[in-house]
Design a protein around this ligand. Structure first.
Ligand SMILES: [Mn+2]
Length: 196
């Protein structure tokens, strides 16, 4: 099988992003978005999904974190789609229920080609570090839309806001690792329709 890698550059008046994603990686990452807590989340995503990830984003964080977080989601989602290519042989579905101390988070993915986001999480603080908590949904919306991914994220047991967001990123990583993994029993694409 050929290497499942995507390299992207995207530049607007709000953000300038360079990204490299290797789906079959080891979990190593170099992440610089200018937002410490967001870096921490993306590094966790790479580590727990066994993805190799490089993101360098120079965004207008002097305004706020909105454009940086949203555009990183657009670029990462596009990278996932590009790296998957024709999706032959992949498991397609993936899910994970991930605990982090008192918090429990469910994530379920279908790499169906049809974007959909169901995001059920209620945060009780406006920010964690310099990340606006309302941007977590926007980030995953951008990923689901650009990757063509059906994505369900549900906080089953709420608690500390740092824990909830971190558990969301880690459960997403593990579910995506499963959905993108290759099963030798799958000869073509896993769909009676014949395409994903
Ligand atoms: Mn943490």
């Amino acid at each position: 099988m050929s290497e499942r890698i995507a390299k992207l550059k995207r530049k607007t008046k709000e953000t300038d992003i360079e990204m490299s994603l290797q789906l079959d990686g080891t979990g190593k990452s170099t992440v610089n978005t200018g937002i410490g807590f967001f870096n921490h989340m993306l590094e966790g995503f790479a580590k727990h999904g066994f993805f190799d990830l490089e993101i360098n984003c120079e965004g207008d964080i002097a305004v706020d974190c909105h454009h940086t977080v949203e555009d990183c989601g657009i670029v990462l989602g596009t990278g996932i789609k590009n790296a998957l290519g024709d999706k032959k042989g992949i498991c397609r579905y993936g899910s994970c229920i991930l605990p982090m101390d008192e918090v429990l988070v469910l994530c379920a993915i279908d790499l169906s080609g049809r974007p959909y986001l169901n995001f059920e999480a209620e945060f009780t603080t406006d920010r964690v570090g310099y990340l606006d908590t309302e941007m977590v949904r926007e980030f995953f919306y951008a990923i689901s839309y650009t990757a063509g991914m059906n994505l369900h994220i549900k906080v089953l047991n709420p608690g500390n806001n740092h824990h909830m967001i971190e558990a969301i990123f880690k459960s997403f990583a593990r579910a995506l690792d499963e959905a993108t993994s290759v099963d030798p029993r799958i000869q073509d694409v896993l769909s009676t329709k014949g395409s994903l």
